[in-house]
Design a protein around this ligand. Structure first.
Ligand SMILES: [Zn+2]
Length: 379
């Protein structure tokens, strides 16, 4: 059954904040110590550590006299973080993610509670080792019973809870439309129908405010209370940028999924492109990796198909009318005329046409790609 995540803001009581921050600290400690143990085992003895071995280590660490504080929090989030580390390694070995890194104290913090560690009575949510239910701002309704609850604190100090619900999503009615989309910088996407999405430059829009708060932060004394406050202000702008970006991407992917039965996309090597510093900010704003991820899980929910085309496919240089391929096409050239059939192309629309054609060819061969499962829809 597909699972859907519902995320809400909540306001902890002082006691709950103490318990949560302690839990985040323990989760971080266990995750980092496990990661380090796995790295040492590999580099020093070429041994890999299994989840079960890691789990036995956790039991031993909790018995160390100087680590008894690990027992003050619910054991479930500690166990879950070992599963997350295991998954991080699996994704790394499958080539889907970078090598796992250590969790930082001032970064995003989270703790995951499975069914045995929370109580849901249909109206309120109480976590293990807490006396009162969380004060959640229920911004939208959901039906069903949560299977997993993830509590988090963002770098600007706000608390969120995400409830994972088993849910049958009604499939959208079948439509007779196939679209190819080309990812770009001037527009986040251009479709084979010639529709350009635009690219709201969220970073640029907030740049002045960000710079102001960063200058203020630089003047504050290290370790001071004012510095901590200034740091939060900077973090808040970053959060705002990320939220605007996510909101734009959600609207875009929902519209593409609603209007089309099959969506053909290019499997871009975003990481390589982000290495180019002049393009990095604009590409960050365009949010391509996230765009493809959202398309994939929404397609799984609503019964649509996403086809990913290899990135070496010459989508820009190939004439979509006659198949002639230009030897070279500068990034700056927005329009070109095919020397063979004399058709004049908009660079991006032509690319989208080619991506659509290649996607249909892939479909005809029966290689449907839905790169991520519906479970990846958290967050
Ligand atoms: Zn041509």
């Amino acid at each position: 059954m597909p699972q859907k995540a519902y995320r809400y803001r909540f306001y902890p009581t002082p006691d709950q904040a103490v318990n949560l921050n302690r839990t985040f600290g323990c989760v971080r400690y266990i995750y980092n110590r496990s990661l380090r143990h796995r790295q040492d085992a590999w580099y020093q003895r070429q041994e890999s550590v299994s989840y079960l071995q890691n789990s036995a280590l956790l039991t031993a660490w909790k018995k160390e006299p100087e680590r008894l504080w690990l027992n003050e929090v619910s054991s479930v989030p500690l166990q879950q973080t070992l599963r997350h580390l295991q998954a991080a390694y699996r994704h790394f070995f499958q080539g889907r993610a970078k090598y796992p890194t250590f969790k930082k104290k001032d970064g995003h913090q989270s703790a995951e509670y499975t069914a045995s560690a929370f109580k849901w009575d249909g109206a309120s949510l109480k976590l293990a080792k807490q006396a009162e239910p969380l004060a959640i701002r229920w911004s939208r309704p959901f039906k069903g019973h949560p299977t997993t609850v993830t509590v988090s604190r963002d770098p600007s100090g706000r608390y969120f809870v995400a409830l994972l619900i088993d849910e049958t999503v009604a499939l959208l009615p079948v439509v007779n439309a196939v679209v190819g989309i080309d990812a770009g910088i001037k527009d986040v996407v251009v479709t084979s129908e010639g529709v350009a999405s635009g690219n709201p430059r969220h970073t640029a829009k907030h740049a002045a405010r960000l710079a102001k708060y960063q200058r203020r932060l630089a003047r504050k004394q290290k370790g001071s209370n004012n510095r901590r406050k200034a740091k939060r202000k900077v973090a808040r702008v970053h959060v705002k940028i990320a939220e605007c970006r996510k909101d734009f991407t959600h609207k875009l992917t929902t519209a593409l999924i609603r209007e089309n039965q099959v969506i053909c996309v290019e499997n871009l090597a975003v990481k390589n492109m982000v290495k180019n510093p002049t393009l990095a900010k604009a590409i960050g704003d365009a949010n391509w990796g996230e765009l493809v991820r959202q398309l994939a899980y929404k397609a799984a929910w609503y019964g649509r198909t996403v086809v990913a085309i290899d990135r070496w496919f010459p989508s820009s240089k190939r004439c979509s009318s006659c198949g002639y391929t230009l030897p070279k096409l500068d990034l700056a050239t927005r329009q070109w005329t095919c020397p063979e059939c004399k058709t004049t192309h908009d660079r991006d629309v032509n690319a989208a046409h080619n991506i659509k054609a290649a996607g249909l060819a892939v479909l005809a061969c029966g290689e449907i790609v839905n790169p991520v499962s519906a479970k990846a829809a958290i967050g």
